[in-house]
Design a protein around this ligand. Structure first.
Ligand code: PHE
Length: 453
């Protein structure tokens, strides 16, 4: 049955939990969560996000790991292997392709945003100060207007990501996560405590958790669900690829619980840290994608010990982005090595170069090419919308249908190994709640349910 040769396996269960948390925790939790919450009514967005993480994200995360482990191959091969075993059409492999290609599309703009962080880390190192809000905004504008600076930082980040994957699953991906993730958690705790002392934590908590029903619009619901997918790395092959290196003994359910809790915690804690500083220094939370870069440098410049703090903050964001981006590279690299027999280093290069080129296009979409739009959006926005709002939920929907309705209860139960009650609950949610939830949100997006408002 198998289309694959001998493959690597994570050193142990904790290594898998660590790398999966590494994939999940990224720019999504810090940069995207804070700016989306900031522009989507704060607590309303947070509530939808949390509901979607629990009701859709967790069950799908388990389903995706299940396919990866059962199929024992890169996302495309894993789909082929499981389809063959469960007597389904090989066409289901399209799901593996959507994920693998989607991951590369995400990486192309993810790396550009991570490049901003590289630039700001450098500024923090060299002690650049901003004295006024206008200067902070001008600083960010100057960066995105400069294609060379953007391209250079994007290149540095791509080299970092591709480099780790080229080193291999255990000695590259696992080792990098083992160093960066603990460092990341440590820095985050210090940041949050410091934010509580210097900033306005109570306003931040009100903003994030005081639910206001009138803020709950369809736009907020869509943004919240899309973000649950994005922040848990769902539907993009990354989790499937990581799951394929998992040993047979590990319990998927409890493992996923760890990942979801850690990922949510990092999102909420960094939200609390960022908003307490934003409010503490009288800045507005709704400035869009540039939020952490337009507000925080100003805050850092006025804070006691601000420079050291800034260096640690940007280092934290960089580590988070890096451990995620390697999971975006892995699906295609593993396909190239397993399917085409290409050496890992070469495969990493073959993956990295086209993504890097597309990323250069993204760099230009902020400046020289800003007049070229796709459905009214620049390339950066278009790629983000296509992946987070369309490809991820659609792929999630297909995974839920495949595991919930097509694979068969026997195979699924054999792989998931939950107690009867827990299994029945998970399986029912996966079969009904997940597809219906995603479909409803889609209908909203297409404007079919406008009359409900
Ligand atoms: N989850 C990552 C983040 O929050 C992004 C990501 C999406 C990674 C999809 C892999 C796959 O930043």
């Amino acid at each position: 049955m198998s289309h694959t040769a001998t493959r690597s396996t994570w050193s142990n269960r904790w290594a898998f939990i660590l790398v999966t948390i590494g994939s999940a925790v990224g720019l999504g939790n810090i940069w995207k969560f804070s700016y989306l919450a900031g522009s989507n009514g704060g607590s309303a967005f947070v509530l939808v996000y949390l509901l979607c993480v629990a009701g859709i994200g967790l069950p799908l995360l388990m389903a995706e790991i299940l396919i990866g482990r059962r199929g024992h191959g890169n996302p495309v091969t894993a789909m082929l292997n499981t389809a063959e075993e469960t007597h389904n059409s090989p066409w289901w492999a399209f799901l593996g392709w959507i994920g693998t290609i989607g991951a590369l599309l995400i990486l192309s703009y993810y790396s550009v945003v991570a490049g901003w962080i590289v630039d700001y880390l450098w500024q923090a190192f060299t002690g650049v100060r901003v004295e006024t809000a206008a200067a902070a905004e001008a600083g960010f504008a100057a960066l995105v207007q400069n294609p060379v600076r953007l391209g250079l930082c994007h290149t540095i980040f791509m080299v970092l990501s591709v480099g780790v994957v080229a080193r291999g699953v255990v000695s590259g991906i696992e080792s990098a996560n083992k160093i960066m993730l603990p460092a990341l958690f440590l820095i985050l705790i210090v940041l949050t405590l410091y934010g509580a002392v210097v900033g306005d934590m109570s306003q931040a908590l009100h903003f994030l958790f005081d639910f206001k029903a009138e803020a709950l619009t369809s736009g907020v619901v869509i943004a919240g669900m899309g973000h649950a997918f994005f922040s848990l790395s769902l539907g993009m092959g990354a989790i499937m690829a990581y799951g394929s290196y998992l040993d047979r003994q590990t319990n998927i359910g409890s493992t996923c619980l760890w990942v979801v809790v850690a990922n949510t915690l990092v999102g909420l804690l960094s939200g609390m840290a960022i908003f307490s500083l934003t409010f503490g220094y009288d800045m507005l939370p709704s400035s869009g994608p540039g939020l952490i870069l337009q507000t925080l440098p100003l805050v850092f410049s006025h804070m006691p010990g601000g420079q050291v703090f800034a260096v640690f903050f940007f280092l934290f964001v960089l580590f988070a982005a890096w451990t995620s981006s390697i999971s975006l590279v892995e699906p295609f690299v593993s396909w190239l090595t397993e399917r085409c027999g290409i050496h890992r280093v070469k495969a990493a290069l073959l993956t990295g170069v086209p993504v890097w080129l597309l990323g250069l296009g993204v760099c230009l979409s902020f400046n020289d090419w800003s007049d070229y739009t796709i459905l009214g959006r620049n390339l950066f926005d278009a790629l983000d919308h296509l992946t987070s709002r369309l490809m991820m939920p659609l792929s999630g929907l297909a995974i839920a249908i495949y595991v919930g309705w097509k694979m068969g209860r026997a195979v699924v139960g054999d792989e998931i190994k939950l107690e009867r009650g827990a299994f029945a609950l998970w399986f029912t949610v996966l079969r009904f709640v997940v597809p219906i939830g995603i479909a409803l949100v889609f209908c909203y997006e297409l404007g079919w349910l406008k009359w409900l408002e």
